[in-house]
Design a protein around this ligand. Structure first.
Ligand SMILES: Cc1ncc(COP(=O)(O)O)c(C=O)c1O
Length: 393
């Protein structure tokens, strides 16, 4: 098949049924019938491949998995009920008591909870490293125990970048697997496995759905790793529903065009904010003002759909800005057709101390925009309402 991303994302499809449907169908069924008892025995004994029960596998879910493996340039993929189920079950599949994870400090809040509150119950520990200071990473490695290096690039909401090739070499030199949360970029903008990463995880809830409808996740890795993960999922149960898998499969068909528009509008919005005196700073990976712009341009196709900025006047100014908007949504999601604003200090990162927030680049006036697909002029008109509220003070 043609190797272009768009063509694969649209044309990769499961086997057509006897009804010769054009668009992909949904197989909403809990289980699958055996032709006879002997076939049931062979399927359970893994002597024959095939669907048995939708907690194990389902054709609609398999179609989504196969597409994600192809787009991320991986050998295999396994889908889960949410992005966090992908992160947790991948840890559960690969780690045992006494193992250790080296993780970037700038990670999604629930991943932080897994590392600090859940995995320690089974004797799995972690050490945090700062993305901006790779010279100190070695100190966190516990020889023989550190098994996974976990990173997000760009980070949320700071949009710091890690050199994926460097991180893969570092992980392998210390006997670790490199695991990358690729939610912000999607495989259209960045394919970590091509830079040497071993595992990619996604919250499909974000850009892969792209319209804020369904929760889901997926892990992409070698066949051997996915086999271990499949065993854990088969018996613990956080399987993706076929209906959500169908939404994601259809979402992938438009991912490239949506991401192109998200990125173009994010640049337009970022440039508008950069020219605004009431804005202290703007962070966007492809802007010359970003300290790692050259690295971002090397490993990403475009800058992404997220812009982070800081209004002058601290926490109160941030809150006033947010509360003056009329169109943008205040909701804890990203990667939607609708523009979404988040004030991390009062919401997603409110449980961190101010010092901890500053360590991951969150000042009291920091605001994150997930730039949607509305007309960019209308997004900017809405942001102007926030700035006008700051001027009124
Ligand atoms: C970077 C990142 N990773 C993981 C997740 C978790 O995904 P889910 O909400 O699908 O469990 C999120 C969700 O916001 C996220 O932003």
């Amino acid at each position: 098949m043609n190797d272009h991303f768009e063509t694969r994302a649209i044309r990769l499809q499961g086997e057509r049924s006897q009804y010769r449907e054009h668009s992909t169908p949904i197989y909403v069924t809990s289980s699958f019938v055996f032709e006879n008892t002997e076939q049931g025995r062979r399927l359970f004994a893994h002597e024959e491949e095939g669907n048995v029960y939708s907690r194990y596998s389902n054709p609609t879910v398999s179609e989504f998995e196969n597409k994600m493996a192809a787009l991320e340039k991986g050998e295999a993929a396994k889908a889960t009920a949410s992005g966090m189920a992908a992160v947790f079950s991948t840890f559960a599949a690969l780690l045992k008591s006494g193992d250790h994870i080296v993780s970037s400090r700038s990670i999604f809040g629930s991943t932080h909870q897994i590392l600090t509150m859940i995995l320690p119950k089974w004797g799995i520990t972690h050490g945090y490293v700062d993305l901006a200071d790779t010279s100190r990473w070695e100190r966190e490695v516990r020889p023989g125990c550190s098994k996974i290096l976990f990173i997000e690039t760009p980070s949320n909401p700071g949009l710091d970048i890690v050199d994926l090739r460097w991180a893969a070499n570092f992980a392998h030199a210390h006997g670790m697997l490199l695991m990358v949360d690729n939610v912000f970029c999607t495989p259209y903008l960045q394919t970590p496995l091509e830079f040497g990463a071993d595992i990619v995880v996604h919250s499909a809830t974000k850009y892969i759905d792209g319209q804020g409808r369904a929760l889901g996740g997926v892990t992409i890795a070698s066949k051997a790793i996915i086999e271990e993960l499949t065993f854990v999922l088969r018996h613990t149960g956080p399987s993706l529903s076929p209906f959500n898998a169908w939404i994601f499969t259809k979402g992938l068909e438009t991912l490239a065009v949506r991401m192109d528009r998200h990125c173009a509008s994010a640049e337009t919005v970022g440039l508008f904010l950069e020219a605004e005196p009431l804005v202290e700073w703007v962070k966007y990976p492809f802007f010359p003002s970003h300290p790692q712009v050259e690295l971002a341009r090397r490993q990403q196709r475009a800058g992404g759909g997220i812009v982070t900025f800081c209004v002058r006047g601290g926490y109160d100014a941030g809150v006033r800005f947010m509360d003056s908007l009329e169109m943008a949504s205040l909701t804890p999601n990203l990667g939607d057709t609708r523009t979404i604003l988040t004030h991390p200090a009062s919401t997603t990162h409110s449980k961190l101390t101010e010092e901890e927030r500053l360590r991951v680049g969150i000042t009291p006036g920091t605001i994150r925009i997930s730039v949607g697909l509305e007309h960019p002029d209308d997004i900017i008109a809405d942001l102007k309402l926030g700035l006008a509220a700051l001027r009124k003070k």
